[in-house]
Design a protein around this ligand. Structure first.
Ligand code: PMP
Length: 292
């Protein structure tokens, strides 16, 4: 349990960290958030996360009452108050308390809270043995209904897919777009490797513009692995040599089965292993200037 929570400008105990039941974040999932990692007192890609938070807020016409510099300071302040060395930050901005109607104009003051906690790491076994997925029947939100690039508090689309996965006895589900292209998993982006090159779906199919995805593309470039953003279909997955997922919490996780079919040789592949090794080398260095 964290010692202090940042809530609307103050550091309070978890017991005092209460928000209104009239908050539209609670009533309607009306808000935005970020999940951020801290490695050895370095906040990984903090600028990118803060930029994405403000872009998500702008997209839902939610005005954050102060700028990015102050928000960055608030994140650091919360980390210091909890003496976090390796951890995870949840930064949330909701529309704030309003009445029971949808009208966001009745919400006068956004609720801002930051939770900095120690991280529960995924079991190492996952990285050694790889993950099995199903392809969910729940299609990813169509970008013209709800742009998946907005990291909003409304995760029901993903949660429904997650429930399908759990009912099928696997931890994760792959989500397709309405048009049948591979979009992403419920909380991670997707990559496949074929003939030594890496492919990941473009933003146009309706996946979150993942920060780990961006970093993995950068790393692959440095390792002279060819990369391309291109549409991927179910058949491409079964023909792939390797498959893996990327996300802030999971980092880079190998996928070895989809709908019970083996991907590649059915074991984590060499490209994924190489990338994970390099990724773990840069995490503690990247974003050094935000030293806690
Ligand atoms: N897609 C979804 C739906 C997500 O929620 C996330 C973040 N958990 C990602 C992809 C991965 O994004 P990032 O690498 O920025 O954490």
């Amino acid at each position: 349990m964290p010692k202090k929570i940042f809530l609307n400008g103050k550091l309070v105990s978890p017991k005092e960290a209460n928000i209104s039941i009239f908050d539209h974040g609670v009533l309607y999932g009306d808000g935005v958030f970020e999940g951020i990692r801290v490695y050895q007192k370095n906040v990984f890609a903090l600028k990118e996360h803060i930029d994405r938070l403000y872009a998500s807020a702008r997209a839902i016409e939610l005005k954050i009452p102060y700028g990015k510099t102050r928000m960055t300071e608030n994140v650091i302040k919360t980390l210091r108050a909890n003496a976090i060395i390796d951890g995870y930050i949840r930064l949330v901005v909701t529309r704030g308390p309003g009445d029971l109607g949808l009208d966001p104009r009745k919400c006068y003051s956004p609720t801002i809270f930051i939770i900095a906690d120690r991280i529960t790491l995924y079991p190492e076994e996952l990285y050694q043995k790889g993950l099995s997925l199903i392809i969910s029947k729940t299609r990813r939100n169509h970008p013209s209904s709800l742009n998946p690039n907005i990291k909003s508090l409304n995760y029901l689309n993903n949660i429904l897919a997650k429930i399908e996965a759990i009912k099928s006895g696997v931890p994760e589900a792959l989500m397709l777009s309405v048009a049948g292209e591979v979009a992403e998993c419920t909380g991670e982006n997707v990559f496949i490797a074929k003939n030594g090159a890496l492919f990941t779906p473009p933003a146009s199919v309706g996946a979150l513009d993942g920060i780990t995805q961006r970093k993995v593309l950068e790393l692959a470039g440095r390792l002279r692995i060819k990369t391309a953003k291109k549409k991927i279909y179910e058949k491409d997955i079964y023909a792939a040599d390797e498959m893996f997922l990327t996300g802030t919490a999971a980092e880079i996780v190998p996928v070895v089965r989809v709908n019970r079919r083996k991907i590649g040789r059915g074991v984590p592949g060499p490209i994924m292993k190489k990338l994970l090794l390099s990724f773990r080398q840069i995490t503690a260095l990247y974003g050094r200037k935000y030293k806690v």
